[in-house]
Ligand binder design. Structure first.
Ligand code: AMP
Length: 187
């Protein structure tokens, strides 16, 4: 089973992804985590992306597509992929389609955790204190939210028309969101 989790920053994608990883013995693909790791290790990619990340802008499709390629094509992870934060553009969605069909896989379910700006702001403020994430100051959060909603909208439209797509109220308690995901997946 391969699953995509959509949702603006702070909607709880990461939390639900980790839950699903445990539940189905899967692998989380968080492009945000992969990119932050590149910055932390100060790699060539890290140096290229740090400004965009800190500005709340998207990293180029080329860099992101390249980072996830080997994970998708890894036979040990086949049909156990939980996408968290990818794809975020039509170009990334096309790339994902291509890599999945190359490896005889498909997307089984897509979830959109929809949540309004006010709740996101409260949550990320809390997370900033807990995790000390460098890209999490308030202004950046708002930019990231707007960028996400604007750029990802066409991607959501695409998945809602062509896939098993479920919109969930991401403003609910974490456990309630988990329950709804479980119900859709018959877990
Ligand atoms: P996230 O942790 O998913 O909220 O991502 C944090 C930041 O990483 C985003 O604001 C973007 O700058 C960058 N990023 C993460 N995933 C992607 C992606 N699929 N495409 C482009 N940029 C991304």
């Amino acid at each position: 089973m391969n699953i995509i989790l959509f949702g603006p920053p702070g909607a709880g994608k990461g939390t639900q992804a980790k839950y699903l990883v445990n539940k189905i013995d899967g692998f989380q693909i968080s492009t945000g985590d992969l990119l932050r790791e590149e910055i932390k290790k100060n790699t060539e990619i890290g140096k290229k992306i740090i400004n965009n990340m800190n500005d709340g802008k998207f990293v180029s499709d080329e860099i992101v597509n390249d980072l996830i390629k080997n994970i998708i094509l890894d036979p040990r992870k086949k049909n156990k992929l939980i996408f968290d934060g990818y794809p975020r553009s039509i170009s990334q969605a096309k790339n994902l389609n291509y890599l999945l069909s190359e490896s005889n896989q498909k997307i089984d379910s897509v979830f959109f955790l929809n949540v309004d700006k006010e709740i996101i702001i409260k949550r990320i403020k809390k997370r900033k204190i807990l995790e000390k994430r460098s890209d999490d100051d308030l202004e950046t959060i708002l930019k990231r939210y707007d960028t996400y909603m604007k750029t990802t909208k066409p991607v959501l439209d695409f998945y809602s028309k062509n896939f098993s797509f479920h919109e969930i109220d991401g403003g609910q308690e974490i456990s309630q969101i988990t329950k709804e995901i479980e119900a859709f997946l018959n877990l």
